[in-house]
Design a protein around this ligand. Structure first.
Ligand SMILES: C[S@@+](CC[C@H](N)C(=O)[O-])C[C@H]1O[C@@H](n2cnc3c(N)ncnc32)[C@H](O)[C@@H]1O
Length: 272
């Protein structure tokens, strides 16, 4: 399997093998307790009202677009955008609309140049900013899309705070450092709140879920560098020893992985 995070597929271009790997990865991640917990926490804070207009930026397979369609209801609307046309097609294929749901409009677009201005009550952007070349441009563009009084909600992982225990420390540092270099914005999670403030939004709130796992099977489903199927993320010199050591630590009951996932929400000022 080709790697998803750290590969080109979440940066907008992909072979069909990479696209299949990315879809499998996103579907697995969506079922994971940590992602469910962080989404539930964000959705609770946002409390999307019936009739809302929602923009899902970097919609991937569109799980949240569909969830927002049911929250916004028949008087609301959802626009789901993604840079990758294959991802937009995959989201459309998965779309099953209930009559009481808002209509979801799918578009291929780059978060950095959305072309919306004050159109949405809620703008949601989950695990996208880590992949963009210019987060400031992206946050500027997506916050412009928020209507006065509306909210932007950014969710992202902080790969710079990923820790793994139970394996040789020097090798762990080498492997995790090399992995971070493959992600465009590895420390984006900790910066989300400040980016909303810099974009001029008010009443910023930040929360995080600190994921901790002591099961390799559980951890590798969300952390690509622990997943033998994504072995190309690890330098060849470390590859065999890394994956063998992870398995040994797991067998001995000594494996641990931890990582924070951040949510930042802020409000667009109403015009005076
Ligand atoms: C890790 S996936 C997350 C997908 C979805 N938000 C979710 O939480 O399941 C990242 C998504 O962002 C998209 N993406 C990356 N760069 C983008 C950009 N510049 N503009 C819009 N979408 C982008 C990718 O194509 C991919 O679908």
């Amino acid at each position: 399997m080709s790697s998803a995070v750290g590969g080109k597929v979440f940066q907008g271009s992909s072979t069909s093998a990479q696209q299949t790997a990315a879809e499998t990865y996103l579907a697995e991640v969506a079922k994971h307790t940590v992602i469910r917990a962080v989404r539930a926490m964000a959705v609770e804070v946002l409390s999307v009202a019936a009739g809302s207009s929602v923009l899902d930026v970097g919609c991937g397979l569109g799980e949240m677009s569909r969830a927002f369609a049911s929250m916004a209801g028949p008087d609301g609307s959802v626009t789901a955008i993604d840079l990758n046309p294959a991802m937009v097609a995959a989201a459309q294929d998965r779309h099953t609309a209930a009559p009481e749901d808002a209509v979801v409009k799918y578009e291929v677009a780059d978060v950095a140049s959305l072309g919306y201005s004050g159109d949405f009550d809620v703008v949601w952007c989950e695990r996208v900013l880590q992949h963009v070349p210019d987060p400031e441009a992206a946050v500027g563009s997506l916050t412009r899309a928020v209507a006065p009084g509306g909210r932007a909600c950014l969710l992202d992982v902080d790969w710079g705070a990923l820790v793994v225990d139970g394996v040789d420390e020097a090798m762990t540092a080498r492997v995790l450092d090399a992995f971070q270099l493959k992600v465009r914005q590895p420390t984006i999670g900790r910066t989300l709140r400040r980016r909303l403030v810099r974009a001029g939004l008010i009443n910023p709130a930040v929360r995080s879920v600190h994921a901790v796992s002591t099961s390799l099977a559980d951890a590798e489903s969300v952390i690509p560098v622990l997943d033998r199927r994504q072995a190309d993320l690890v330098a060849e010199a470390d590859r065999a020893a890394w994956f063998d050591s992870l398995e040994l630590a797991d067998t001995r009951g000594q494996f641990l992985m931890a990582i924070p996932v951040y949510v930042a929400i802020a409000t667009k000022r109403r015009q005076a």
